[in-house]
Structure formats: structure tokens, C-alpha cells
Design a protein around this ligand. Structure first.
Ligand SMILES: C[S@@+](CC[C@H](N)C(=O)[O-])C[C@H]1O[C@@H](n2cnc3c(N)ncnc32)[C@H](O)[C@@H]1O
Length: 224
């Protein structure tokens, strides 16, 4: 069967109907196909972090590690706009693969439409209404040492530990811990023993995030 291939990425449709990619380089999907790209971002990152509730009363800063196809960013902006949030949402995102940004700019089918409209404006102008973004197109292991200030939420979303081991090291979690605000949280889709052990060794406290309907695994929420 022929499927659209964009460089090293294969386009596919996930369970909730949202488009996503499979990475031929990493041999892994960018999102959980079984629950859906949008649904995974909503449940395991945006809702799990409680960031929309925080944004009701104050400006918030989010670190998005890594941007991928931008689902976590677009879903955050979508939810904030649905909930009538007027405080500022600032996202600092890191991604080493510039091709993904090109795809996001040029794929009008990405959903939620309003969230992606805001992401595209942020990529072009740096802001869109009360949303703003800085994107570091570089190696995350370097970027996290250039970035300062504290974050209310860190979306930790590299590929899995077996495919993307450098991102799951104790030192990375220790650096991210130092970038969390006192009540900030790091959220991730993963629940593996080794990943959680590395978070604990870095001084983070962890708890499980219940699995979304149709998902096989719970996520993890970590705090200082
Ligand atoms: C699971 S995908 C992210 C999905 C994304 N958050 C979304 O909402 O679509 C993992 C991403 O991490 C990026 N990545 C992996 N290792 C990296 C590294 N060392 N530095 C920067 N980006 C990295 C990959 O290019 C890929 O886009």
C-alpha cells in the first residue's frame, strides 16, 4: 500500500481522527495512534498539568520538550481559548528537527484548527493575542542549559526511552527540576519503571496520571 512519505515521516490517521506521523528514523510514532494525537495531548499533557486552571488567575509559562508536530502547543492554545483565558500563555518549545516546523506551517488539516492557527501565528510573529512562543530549533540537551526562568508546566514528550535514551537521563530531569516553579509540574505520557526511577533520582516526586479512555498506559506527573 502506498502512503504519503514526507522525508523520513509517514503520514497516518490516529484513533480520534487527528493526523499524525510515524518516524522512519526513530521507528516510532510521534503520538499514541491508539488514543489519538489530539486526545493524548489533551489528557496526558494539558489536562494532567492543570495549566488551564493556573492560567485562570495568572500568566503562565510552559516548556514544551519537544515540539514534534506541535500538538501539545496547539491543544494548550485551543483549550485556553475555549475556556476564555485572557492571561498570558507563554510556551518555550524545543525541537531539533526543523522539517517538523515546515510541516506545521504547511499542513492546514492539523486539528484543533484554532490552536494551530495560533501556533502558526506564533511561529511567524512570536505571539497571537494572549499566546506567545519562543522556539529553539536545536539539540534539547544544549537548549535546556540556555533557558532560564521558572516554568509552571513542563511537557516532557521525547520519543520513548528505548528510542531516545539521551532525553531520559537523570541529569536531564535534574536540570528540568531546577526550571520548575515551586508549584510547577512536569508531565509525560510515559510510566516505565526506569523512567520513573530516573525522575526520583533527580529529586522529583512522582504520581501516576490515570490512563485516558482507550489508552494502554497511565502517564506520570512529577513535581519538586
Ligand atoms: C514524540 S515526538 C513529540 C511530539 C510532540 N510533542 C507533539 O505534540 O506533536 C518527539 C520529538 O522529540 C524530538 N527530539 C528527540 N530527541 C531530541 C533531542 N535530543 N533534541 C531535540 N529534539 C529531540 C524529535 O525530533 C520529535 O519531534
Amino acid at each position: 500500500m502506498l502512503v504519503p512519505i514526507y522525508k523520513d515521516k509517514k503520514l497516518t490517521v490516529s484513533a480520534d481522527g487527528s493526523a499524525m506521523f510515524y518516524s522512519l528514523a526513530y521507528q516510532e510514532a510521534y503520538r499514541a495512534k491508539s488514543i489519538g494525537a489530539f486526545t493524548e495531548s489533551l489528557h496526558k499533557f494539558v489536562n494532567a498539568s492543570g495549566i488551564i486552571d493556573k492560567a485562570r488567575t495568572r500568566d503562565v509559562r510552559i516548556m514544551d520538550l519537544c515540539f514534534g508536530l506541535g500538538y501539545n502547543c496547539a491543544t494548550t492554545f485551543h483549550m485556553a481559548s475555549q475556556q476564555g483565558i485572557t492571561n498570558r500563555l507563554h510556551i518555550v518549545s524545543i525541537e531539533k528537527d526543523a522539517h517538523l516546523l515546515e510541516l506545521v506551517r504547511n499542513m492546514p488539516i492539523l486539528w484543533p484548527l484554532d490552536g494551530y492557527h495560533m501556533v502558526r501565528n506564533c511561529l511567524q510573529h512570536g505571539y497571537c493575542g494572549n499566546a506567545s512562543m519562543e522556539i529553539y530549533v536545536m539539540e534539547a540537551l544544549e537548549a535546556i542549559y540556555h533557558i532560564n526562568g521558572l516554568f509552571d508546566a513542563i511537557y516532557f514528550d521525547p520519543f520513548s526511552m528505548s528510542k531516545n535514551p539521551e532525553m531520559w537521563q537523570v541529569e536531564v530531569f535534574a536540570r528540568l527540576r531546577s526550571l520548575l516553579a515551586a508549584d510547577g509540574v512536569l508531565v509525560t505520557y510515559a510510566c516505565g519503571k526506569k523512567a520513573r526511577a530516573n525522575m526520583l533520582e533527580a529529586g522529583l516526586k512522582i504520581e501516576a496520571v490515570s490512563a485516558a479512555k482507550g489508552a494502554f498506559h497511565p502517564g506520570t506527573l512529577a513535581s519538586r
